[in-house]
Design a binder for this molecule. Structure first.
Ligand code: PHE
Length: 496
């Protein structure tokens, strides 16, 4: 039997992990959280969460995947068959995220093309044009109860994105590892261009002051810690099976700690840097529109697809080019996160059933496309996307991550993992690691879970309760049941 697939080099792995970690969250989520929760002061809880929760958890995921040479379900099964389902849970989360993450990538393509003509309106007219343009591009309906029609352009862009994902991963990590440096370096260069363009615009300094001026009083607020911890989990792509799968393609004797630290720091450095590009541009926009910055700054989808297009139309010159760069950057940032999700699903499929990498990748791509097209591409897709996102990338990720880290810390043993990782790594981690893995990470995740439930019950985001019951609690229940069936029903995974 041939051996397990391998990364072509250590850097192949590190770039793949960095590429997965760096995604839309670095550009549209981090800068917004920073400004909302204390500006420069937000860096304090964020860095503490990185060190206390992010890095130990990251070491646990890539370390266990590497030591067990399996994706998440196989790794958990090797600790004990009864834990296998927790690995399937995070795998299904990855799959569901892939279904809608690619739809957002599809919007980016449509916007990239629309940048050429500034289709939302030239100059100041864009301020009134972006809303209707967004609604029209998505065919947006009035709410989740009104299903709406399908937009050909979005479905076409979705097909394109899935073909790209398949193209990257169909031959497994050997080939992927050679391509990933491009999917990391290209967005870095594009961000650098956006950064330079941003800080040379009038008003940029005001934007940056807004982003960074520290408000230490904010740190006393529990919500700030909530934001910092949940951002760290999401941005490092934890709790989604990805790092288990990526670690499993390392040779058993590869370094663990140093790789984890390099990846986490590269990711967080990128977030910080992206904040400059975003906020300098927002400062410019605020000046042009003669509005306060907190009025123009939107979060997530709004920031990228409604606020940024206005800035693009109002740029003194070559706005079209900046638009193409910005939306191209979003797509490239997304692609390596998206294929890491697909790989996180394909890996356990081939681990468990011995299916070839090609077939596993193709099944994931087809299933992901079909579900994304049916549920997230019609006019109500944005609403369902928003609710399902909350269900999986928040609740699901926290539940799966909590279960896995508890099993790793207490059943496999944090001390055992620490010794095994230290034996392989340049940087030795101290006994603090055990405390983090066994106590701090689980407690941190429980805290975030509890805070989230408190704000989302009875209903999240103003959606009707019937809709959140289906999209959030229904999705969660469904993936838990499927993972229990997969975890307890099947045979042991294929040995090799
Ligand atoms: N880490 C990515 C980001 O910050 C998000 C991501 C989500 C990556 C899901 C992979 C999977 O945007």
């Amino acid at each position: 039997m041939p051996g397990r697939d391998r990364w072509p080099s250590r850097w192949g792995f590190v770039f793949a992990a960095i590429g997965s970690a760096i995604g839309l969250g670095n550009v549209w989520r981090f800068p917004y959280l920073a400004y909302k929760y204390g500006g420069g002061a937000f860096l304090v809880p964020w860095l503490i969460s990185l060190v206390a929760i992010g890095i130990p958890w990251f070491i646990a995921e890539i370390g266990m995947g590497q030591l067990m040479q399996r994706g998440a379900p196989g790794t958990m099964a090797r600790i004990g068959k009864k834990w296998e389902w927790t690995g399937w849970l995070s795998t299904l989360i990855a799959f569901v995220i892939a279904c809608y993450y690619t739809v957002i990538m599809a919007w980016s393509i449509v916007y990239l093309v629309s940048s050429v003509t500034l289709a939302w309106g030239p100059g100041a007219a864009a301020a009134d044009g972006v809303g209707p343009f967004f609604n029209q591009t998505l065919g947006l309906t009035g709410g989740p109860g009104e299903w709406g029609g399908y937009q050909v352009t979005i479905v076409a862009a979705l097909i394109f994105s899935w073909i790209a994902i398949y193209w990257f991963i169909y031959e497994g990590p050997e080939r992927l590892g050679k391509l990933v440096k491009w999917t990391v370096i290209i967005p870095w260069c594009l961000l650098a261009i956006l950064f330079i363009r941003g800080i040379t615009l009038p008003g940029a300094v005001d934007g940056l002051n807004f982003y960074l001026t520290p408000n230490f009083a904010a740190l006393a607020d529990g919500e700030v810690w909530f934001a910092a911890i949940s951002q760290i989990a999401f941005t490092l792509s934890l709790g989604m099976s990805i790092m288990f799968a990526y670690g499993s393609y390392n040779p058993k004797q590869e370094d663990i700690n140093n790789n984890a630290i390099i990846t986490s720091l590269a990711n967080c450095g990128t977030s910080f840097f992206a904040g400059f590009a975003v906020f300098s541009t927002l400062g410019y926009l605020a000046l042009q529109l003669n509005q306060p910055i907190d009025k123009v700054a939107g979060a997530s989808v709004g920031l990228a697809f409604k606020t940024f297009p206005i800035a693009i139309s109002m740029m003194p010159f070559a706005g079209q080019l900046i638009g193409i760069i910005f939306f191209g950057c979003l797509w490239v940032l997304g692609i390596d996160s998206a294929f890491s999700l697909a790989e996180a699903v394909a890996t356990p499929i081939s681990d468990k059933w011995g299916v070839s990498t090609k077939k596993a990748a193709l099944s994931v791509a087809i299933a992901g496309f079909v579900i994304g097209a049916i549920i997230f591409s019609p006019g109500s897709g944005l609403f369902w996307l928003d609710m399902v996102d909350r269900a999986v990338s928040f609740y699901g990720l926290l539940i799966a991550g909590f279960l896995q880290i508890v099993v790793i810390g207490w059943v496999y043993g944090a001390e055992r993992l620490r010794q095994e990782a230290n034996a392989l790594s340049d940087i030795k981690i101290g006994g603090w690691f055990n405390v983090m893995v066994k106590v701090i990470v689980p407690l941190g995740l429980l805290f975030v879970l509890e805070e989230g439930l408190r704000s989302d019950l009875p209903s999240y985001g103003g959606y009707p309760v019937w809709a959140t019951s289906i999209a959030m609690w229904g999705t969660l229940a469904l993936i838990i049941v499927i993972s229990l069936i997969l975890g307890f029903g099947g045979r042991e995974d294929i040995e090799n």
